[in-house]
Design a protein around this ligand. Structure first.
Ligand code: ADP
Ligand code: MG
Length: 699
């Protein structure tokens, strides 16, 4: 136990070995370990997900077969099978009727011992009618009337944990519950009272020993509380990380507005209210002496680039530099093309750095950066290579965050001493997930789209009708419209992925004419990719066949048709991103979702949501409801802890409450020294947030 360094002693038994529990030997411990249950603590947070009513009845006639019934019976005759493979039957009689206990592949000796003719037994199991004879096949319990106390009136049913039986789980958890300590309360007293939650220890007892189906529901007070404990621990960890970051020295970056005004004057549009608000929030944050760690969330086309530029200009106005990193070369170049004219207007030097910069050209850019002669740098992850040194970097922006992992976010923070960080994401994610994933950040939201967008009409079309689609495309191209044609990832192999795109390219070129159709995919040499994009942007090519490389951020306002092949194979978020590429100009836009018939029920539902709404948040909520948290953001890179009890899909509100509560607790008691603070430390240990505990500031 000495290995449990720092962990409060009261928790030690919960972090001991599972084999210490009643009925758990090496084999069952292994089965549990395979289900990620390695310590008594893990078992404690593995709750039954249903239950069986085993309340005592006088007769099986009291239940409507098929149903579980528990009755006392007098054992009658045994009918051993006359043929192999036939069942062994034992006649029994309860207070009102007779029925049969049925056993397959069972030993008569054993059964005669268990069920001696003429004696009383309590049996419990599922009663079924078979040829109008009531039967109970393999009763779950056969006990003498004295032992029958052991059958709980409502028996918890645990999720499958390998080869472990429900009986073994019941025994083990009974032992476990007996050793659960009383712990100090870490939940805010007012919240605790308002919700009517039981204390922690009591909640565990209720959750493991429910008395009715209402008590196994996630909404039961006990389970709700235990779920809250989990999300509170997670939010405390995020809040501690945030507090740590905010304590680290930042720099006051306050622009004078001169460059921003020049850009505003040169702009063809006026910013939306949401953009203005976000720009102000970011400016305010940059002007604080702590480091900014902010997320800018805005649906595709909500105009995040403008907000980014304003923030970068503020850094320049304050005498510093700014950098913006995009996930792909295409996007980095697009930022360069879009932003450079505006930067020129403001008298600011903006340049591009990507992996393609080599040799002398790269060296001279690095020199210019180090000398402060480049004030804004845009690029790919190349901008964060070791030898890229800035003279005075004030602000780092990451565009389209979902292509970067949480790890990169941390890396970026380490780059500059006191660099303010702004992460931009176009993936609308449900609030609960945003809170879970970015709870350490402050958030600005662009919840308003620039005016003048026309809604995109979305239609579902079976792949079999592809010829008709191509005919329509021919007409549209003749009218001067442009179209993206997206090919799916085939079997996750880049090679076959490329082949599919190349084949579609050939077919469309044959149908629509040479020179009208372009192609981009991930396997192309970079220069060819750029050239193909450039031809589409300039309108030389009318149809761009692409793999999902165009998914993120590409902006060609004249493109008004989006065809997505095998749409059913894409995630909703991805479809939403892709569709967001059109509807950017004044023309009426269309999105055709081609699907391979027949669609599964789920596939149909998903595509219909796309037809119904363009609201990214609504789509993400539906996606979450249908797929689950891990899938929506990709568990591996999400940084989400594995919640055992909390269910982000259904308990979203808890996450918000927990964030507010955690931040408030740390605000009032940054060192977690108060009674509640100390209780919260125990919670962090209990939830294995050991890393967070190291972040608790000492003094
Ligand atoms: P995203 O949020 O997807 O990155 P962009 O920044 O690429 O969006 O903006 C999409 C398009 O909308 C661009 O062509 C941009 O110039 C234009 N835009 C941005 N803000 C406004 C606005 N306030 N009014 C009109 N058009 C705008
Ligand atoms: Mg963008």
């Amino acid at each position: 136990m000495s290995a449990q360094t720092g962990r409060p002693e009261v928790l030690w038994p919960l972090f001991g070995t599972l084999e210490a529990l009643d009925g758990i030997g090496p084999k069952s411990a292994e089965a549990l370990a395979n289900a990620q249950i390695e310590k008594p603590r893990d078992l404690l947070f593995t709750l039954p997900n249903s239950g069986v009513d085993r309340s005592r009845r006088a007769s099986i006639l009291e239940v409507q077969a098929p149903a579980v019934c528990t009755v006392e019976v007098t054992v009658g005759a045994h009918n051993a099978p006359s043929q192999r493979g036939r069942p062994y039957r034992v006649m029994v009689e309860d207070a009102q009727t007779t029925f049969q206990l049925v056993f397959f592949r069972s030993h008569g000796d054993y059964l005669r011992k268990q069920l001696p003719t003429g004696q009383r037994r309590v049996v419990s199991g599922k009663v079924e009618m078979f040829d109008s004879i009531a039967q109970m096949v393999h009763p779950d319990h056969i006990l003498t009337p004295d032992e029958a106390e052991q059958i709980p009136p409502y028996e918890p049913v645990y999720p499958l944990t390998g080869s472990l039986t429900q009986k073994a789980m019941f025994r083990a958890t009974r032992d476990l519950l007996a050793m659960v300590p009383e712990l100090p309360e870490w939940i805010d007293p007012a919240l605790h009272q308002k919700e009517g939650w039981p204390a922690w220890n009591e909640a565990l007892h209720q959750a493991h020993r429910p008395m009715s189906s209402a008590q196994v529901a996630p909404t039961s007070p006990a389970r709700h509380r235990l779920a809250y404990d989990e999300v509170l621990a997670h939010q405390l960890t995020l809040a501690l990380a945030r507090a740590q970051l905010r304590r680290s020295r930042g720099r006051v970056t306050r622009g004078d507005g001169t460059r921003q005004r020049k850009v505003l004057a040169a702009l063809e549009f006026s910013p939306t209210g949401a953009q203005t608000r976000a720009v102000a929030e970011i400016a305010e944050d940059m002007a604080q002496p702590h480091r900014m760690n902010r997320l800018l969330q805005g649906d595709v086309g909500s105009g995040k680039t403008f907000v980014a530029l304003m923030a970068l200009l503020a850094a320049v106005e304050a005498g510093g530099q700014g950098v913006m990193m995009a996930p792909t070369e295409i996007l980095a170049r697009q930022h360069l093309d879009g932003l450079r004219p505006l930067a020129d207007q403001a008298g600011v030097v903006l340049d591009l750095l990507t992996g393609r910069d080599k040799g002398a050209a790269r060296r001279s850019k690095l020199e210019a950066l180090a000398a402060g002669n480049i004030q804004i740098l845009v690029g790919t992850h190349a901008v964060f290579q070791k030898d890229v040194v800035f003279r005075d970097l004030r602000l780092a922006i990451i565009d389209e965050q979902h292509r970067f992992g949480v790890a990169q976010r941390m890396e970026l923070g380490a780059k500059g001493e006191a660099v303010d960080v702004l992460v931009m994401t176009a993936t609308p994610i449900p609030r609960s997930l945003a809170l879970a994933q970015y709870g350490d950040m402050d958030v600005s939201v662009l919840d308003e789209k620039p005016p003048g967008r026309t809604p995109v009409t979305t239609a579902l079309v079976a792949t079999a009708k592809m010829d008709q689609v191509i005919e329509r495309l021919r007409a549209a191209v003749a009218e001067g419209r442009q179209c993206y044609w997206v090919c799916p990832l085939v079997e996750e192999s880049e090679v076959s992925d490329m082949t599919a795109a190349e084949e579609r390219y050939k077919r469309l070129r044959a149908a629509l004419g040479e020179g009208v159709v372009g192609l981009v995919h991930g396997q192309m040499p970079p220069a060819d990719k750029d050239a193909a994009m450039a031809r589409f942007v300039s309108g030389d090519t009318k149809v761009l066949v692409a793999t999902t490389v165009i998914e993120v951020g590409v902006n060609v306002p004249n493109a008004s048709i989006m065809v997505i092949e095998r749409a059913e194979s894409f995630g909703l978020a991805q479809l939403h991103q892709l569709r967001g590429r059109v509807g950017r100009g004044a023309a009426q836009s269309t999105c055709l979702l081609l699907y391979q018939a027949p669609l599964s029920e789920n596939g149909r539902q998903r595509l219909e949501i796309m037809r119904e709404t363009e609201d990214g948040f609504r789509i993400s909520e539906e996606d979450l409801a249908m797929r689950g948290a891990g899938d929506v953001i990709g568990t591996a890179q999400s940084g989400l802890p594995r919640f055992r009890i909390a269910d982000l899909e259904r308990q979203a509100a808890l996450m918000a409450v927990a964030q507010t509560d955690a931040r408030k607790l740390l605000h009032d008691d940054p060192t977690l020294e108060s009674d509640r603070g100390r209780a919260a430390r125990v919670l962090l240990w209990l939830m294995e947030q050991d890393k967070a505990i190291r972040l608790i500031s000492v003094g």
